[in-house]
Write a protein that binds this ligand. Structure first.
Ligand SMILES: CC(C)(COP(=O)(O)OP(=O)(O)OC[C@H]1O[C@@H](n2cnc3c(N)ncnc32)[C@H](O)[C@@H]1OP(=O)(O)O)[C@@H](O)C(=O)NCCC(=O)NCCS
Length: 193
């Protein structure tokens, strides 16, 4: 698949978290670009991370413009899968070397950050696997992995790996229960997107 097709397919996955993609995709992209700051920041991120813009000055202008228009910092070097859903896009910071899987949900005030004091195998930033929900204000720090389908409670601070299908809360975050149904499936069912 060429880069432009990958770009469009990632944006389709992003929009699929808001609604059914049942009409002209380019009109939907334009609509969400105008109306959603979370979508705008994903648009800029995907444009730069797929190297669809190579001119250095233009890249810097797009980055600066993106930061001006949104309150989300997603560097082009971070690796973000399709379907990222940010319901309230305020004060969200993502590390430049972080890896985020598909259909992840990030609430307001979340930091997914590096910890250079804890470098592990040359990695100092988190890996967030598919379908994870990160609650409001949570901080995920250092070379930890949050396993697929897991839920991180509001204001938790994650500094150790969280196994898949776990609900983890508190400081430092500890697993308190198991996930019955992954969050993306739950919202799809309840809101019939
Ligand atoms: C983590 C979370 C999903 C757990 O919800 P739940 O499955 O209904 O779990 P429960 O309420 O049964 O809580 C299980 C235990 O964890 C504790 N707990 C739940 N959320 C917690 C949190 N954020 N911080 C600390 N402890 C928490 C509960 O007190 C309970 O402890 P207990 O068994 O000792 O009484 C939920 O509390 C949460 O934080 N969701 C984030 C939602 C969010 O950020 N929304 C933003 C929308 S704008």
């Amino acid at each position: 698949m060429n880069k432009k097709k990958i770009f469009t397919s990632l944006l389709v996955k992003d929009i699929s978290r808001f609604r059914k993609v049942d009409t002209n995709i380019y009109l939907l992209i334009l609509r969400y670009f105008i109306t959603s700051s979370a979508f705008r920041s994903m648009f800029f991120h995907r444009l730069l991370s797929l190297n669809l813009v190579n001119n250095k000055v233009l890249r810097k202008i797009i980055t600066a413009f993106g930061w001006l228009l949104t309150e989300i910092e997603i560097p082009s070097t971070s690796n973000v899968g399709g379907g990222l859903f940010i319901p309230h896009p305020k004060c969200i910071i993502i590390n430049r070397r972080c890896i985020i899987g598909e259909n992840v949900t990030i609430a307001q005030g979340v930091t997914i950050g590096g910890n250079i004091f804890k470098e592990k195998n040359g990695r100092e930033s988190p890996i967030i696997e598919n379908n994870v929900l990160i609650g409001a204000g949570a901080k995920i720090l250092g070379p930890v992995t949050v396993g697929e389908n897991s839920i991180i409670g509001a204001n938790a601070v994650v500094i150790k790996d969280i196994p898949k299908n776990s609900v983890a809360v508190g400081i430092p975050a500890k697993v308190v229960k198991q996930v019955n149904e992954p969050y993306p499936d739950l919202i799809k069912k309840n809101y019939s997107l």
